[in-house]
Design a protein around this ligand. Structure first.
Ligand code: HEM
Length: 288
């Protein structure tokens, strides 16, 4: 059946999505967290944070995919063997957070927002699930491969792939060919122009959820660096929101505060004050 399209919109959904998300893709690449990552400026703390967020995100995404695997609005895109990341992320969590990782991993605000949207879509608007699967899986099969190599080098990880299982797709022989297959499957989805427009908007929203996540993580890491900066006086350290931050950042090797004798020893402060008062009175009496 012929689908009427506005003149400027590519006919195929895959093309339309690529076109519509071009701008937000540039925005995602230019998020400070990603820019630093691309320069090899990624710390273990930053990497652990983003991986934990991805774990929560993929658990939600794949739960909703399983829920909709027979729904014709998603079924042609169901590739659990090739794509699903939950098991790989569980291995990565164990590598980075140890055997009790389930109790140890952070779950940040922006991650929760993303997860909430995934469940809403899966339960109430499953015709939009394609937008989320597209944004994550095609992204992982593209730029994700570069990020894997950068992380391995920057974090001095074993070449066996431990710690970066998420980026490895053992059941995808050729990422390029698989992406072609995936795009052709997306193009078989039957949808009205109205739904198609909503799918495009949802893909842009999915990119924004990722961008907000990067911004949040950068902020958390920035605050942490601030806390550890030896050049800053302890009294000037930022206190607001530090409780929430510590809840998000479970790893807590903090910089030791510079000792401030007066603020740490109230007794000493009292003795000095008292001596000052006694000396002032004595001088006063002597003058009289
Ligand atoms: C440092 C950050 C990133 C780099 C260097 C990067 C790089 C790339 C590259 C090289 C491609 C392949 C383009 C092609 O095959 O034509 C691509 C595609 C893609 N990327 Fe990214 N990317 C980054 C971040 C992201 C993020 C954060 C997302 C979303 C969460 C994302 C989603 C996508 C998607 C969905 C595609 C497939 C586009 C299509 O063919 O329709 N990317 N990326």
């Amino acid at each position: 059946m012929e689908r009427p399209q506005p003149d400027s919109m590519p006919q195929d959904l895959s093309e339309a999505l690529k076109e519509a998300t071009k701008e937000v893709h540039v925005q995602a690449e230019n998020a400070e967290f990603m820019k630093n990552f691309q320069k090899g400026q990624v710390t273990r703390k930053g990497f652990k944070l983003v991986m934990a967020s991805l774990y929560h995100i993929y658990v939600a995404l794949e739960e909703e995919i399983e829920h909709n695997k027979e729904n014709p609005v998603y079924a042609p895109l169901y590739f659990p063997e090739e794509l699903h990341r939950r098991a790989a992320l569980e291995r990565d969590m164990a590598f980075w957070y140890g055997p009790r990782w389930e109790d140890a991993i952070p779950y940040t605000q922006a991650t929760r927002r993303y997860v909430r949207r995934l469940h809403e879509v899966g339960r109430k608007e499953p015709e939009l699930l394609v937008a989320h699967a597209y944004t994550r899986y095609l992204g992982d099969l593209s730029g994700g491969q570069v990020l894997k190599k950068i992380a391995q080098k920057a974090l001095d990880l074993p070449s066996s792939g431990e710690g970066v299982d998420f980026f490895t797709f053992p059941n995808v022989a050729s990422a390029t060919k698989f992406k072609q297959l995936y795009r052709s499957r997306m193009n078989t989805l039957e949808m009205t122009p109205e739904v198609r427009q909503r799918v495009i908007e949802e893909a842009k929203a999915a990119f924004l959820l990722n961008i907000q996540l990067f911004e949040e993580l950068q902020e958390l890491l920035g605050q942490d660096a601030e806390d550890q900066s030896p050049s800053q006086a302890p009294g000037l350290r930022r206190r607001v929101g530090s409780g929430a931050r510590d809840a998000a950042l479970t790893e807590t090797p903090r910089g030791k505060p510079q000792p401030n004798l007066l603020s740490q020893a109230p007794l000493l402060r009292w003795v000095l004050t008292l001596s000052f008062v006694v000396a002032t009175v004595a001088v006063g009496l002597y003058v009289m």
